[in-house]
Design a protein around this ligand. Sequence first.
Ligand code: F3S
Length: 776
Amino acid sequence: FATQVPLEKDCTSITPPYNSLIQKLERVRKILNRPLTLAEKILYSHIIDPEASLSGNGRIRGEAYLQLRPERVAMQDASAHFKTVEELRPFRLQFMSAGLAQCDVPTSIHCDHLIQAIDGAESDLKRSIVSNQEVFDFLQSAAQKYGIEFWAPGSGIIHQIVLENYAAPGMLMLGTDSHTPNAGGLGMLAIGVGGADAVDAMTGTPWELKAPKVIGVHLTGQMNGWATPKDLILHLAGKLTVRGGTGSILEYYGPGVAAQSCTGLATIANMGAEVGATTSTFPYSKNMREYLKATGRSPVAAAADKAASQGFLSADEGAEYDDVIEINLSELEPTINGPFTPDLATPISQFGKFVKEQGWKDEFSAGLIGSCTNSSYEDMTSVADLARQAKAARLTTKVPFLCTPGSEQIRATIERDNVTSALEDVGALVLANACGPCIGQWKRTDQKEGENAILTSFNRNFKSRNDGNAKTMNFLASPTIVTAMAFSGKLSFNPMVDSIPLPSGEEFKFKAPSGQDLPTNGFIPGDNSYYPSPSPAPRPEVEVVIKPDSQRLEVLQPFTSPFDASSDKLELPPLKVLLRVRGKCTTDHISAAGPWLKYKGHLTNISENLLITAINDEGGEMNVAFDRDTNTSGTIPEVAKRFKARQQPWALVVDDNYGEGSAREHAALQPRFYGCHMILARSFARIHETNLKKQGVLPLWFTDKNDYSKIGSGDILETIGLSDVFAGKPDASVTVKVTKLDGTVFEIPTKHTMSADQLKWLKAGSALNYIRSIKN
Ligand code: F3S
């Protein structure tokens, strides 16, 4: 590979405007007049008009709606389709007429989700480029047209590239992927959002966020032995559960922060998404400075040093958190989380017992390392240390062992430093610099079905996520634990105490791994063709082509408003309940990934997967819905399609933390496409609730969670009081009138979280309709 690209970067567009942010913060201080947490400093210094957003608000956190101006947007290939197909299209004219033929903030597109993992980097990449050519061409042409930096397939995973190239202390950025918070490893606020939120930032429309609460995580002590930053977040996920961070930013502080590498902090921030946190951040540290310098951004480090000296990049003395969690790193033990949920945490010393108690076979079928969560130089050199120890004992891995480097820079650097060869020597298959098995793009041949376990260093382990098999149990662990266990093949193997018998009759025991934070000889960029020029000039003459018969791309039609324009009553039309969803329903359940990813740009085709792994609470079956009009049943997408054909608007009744998981806006677009107007939940996950609002679906919360089971399929729901909410009447709330199939009628109270702006989206039929109406 050529290495002509200088690592040193042009930092003009990637250095936060510290002076103006600090000035803005001074205005905020005058209003709030109290010590501020770091998260508040970063967030509030990006408020467009602090006096308007903060004045008169007694309590800000958890209550005030902030109008913000993020500094950057990043999108991955599976979510960028709609931004470019649908959402940028209406803005093209507006860009032109305003003389703005480009995005309002620096924006990048990353081709990482669509690369299939089959037999290794080179052939997988070639094959995936051919099979996704239409989509990649489309994204590249849209990027050229609007001056967006385009990272081609093979360049790496969005979050690793952002950390290496764009992230900076004190910055506020949005990304259309739930693990965007990864960039928090550089002491910034990086927030995962749906595509419509990204469009706000890209078009210079104020981006609204309800001010999150701030949970302080106080780190003391010192990690040792096998414990890693991954174990810290796995442990914390066990404490907080998948809902514990909802509506909050996790702000780490204390003496335990400074010792962690920047990439280790990124791993912790990455998996803050698993506890539902808005994002995670850390005070600026020496290791962040060194990482910035090592990745060619010395000017950013110098500017951050200055901003830190003015107190911008850490919390004020005496700042108060909404809650504080204490973690003593000296007591931290490697932890394994799963299966099927990232918050089921078991310390490794208890894991063998746990496996036995569950009656699972004491074996696993594959070990996977890498992904956006754990593919840093430090991770890779640590696992290479273990591989070399094993090789010296003539051991190879007992199970298939796959590795996904996070970026071309990492791939090239670890290849030069003989890390890759150390892994390959013991049997590793190195995959393309892409998401691959983490997002279900794993064409597995060794184990297609049946119960089996895998160990991964990834961040998420919902059913069917990796290989499409709902019976594959994915256990999350640090890359070093996954690697060491791969030499044993047993789930009960604890490399800290157990040894592996050798043919000679001797026993082999690993020494605790040792890795290197940054490469002694510096990073090398690798293949220079992957690197876009910074802030490319827009090229309005570029034609963005969508073939009319395309099965991959489709121009969306705007959703229509559900409200009767001739009536002064703003209530939703009567809605028929499609189904009552039982239990965990993540965005993977609502809109599955894997083979469906190829239809992300084609709403009609991808909607065929709507809720196909959701459980119907009436009967307990997966992907079954009842059509009470015809007394028949069908799959959920089939019955939803029938409702759409009958022009029957409908609603869903769902359980707790509905929409947990990713920022996948298709999980909101697809029900809306089939005619869903309201979802009544025991509770919602943050990003998904906002995505629903953006697409014109009304999310309502049961005031009494027991009311969930009073509503069934075929019941008719009518809103009462929505008109008063629209009118801004104080304390207005929505009551839902339920008409049961047998004619019984009753009313149930609900709560809503709609802000004044979000009500405008609902009224217009979608946020995009509303923005279009005010921009034209
Ligand atoms: Fe990709 Fe998995 Fe990360 S899908 S962005 S590697 S969480």
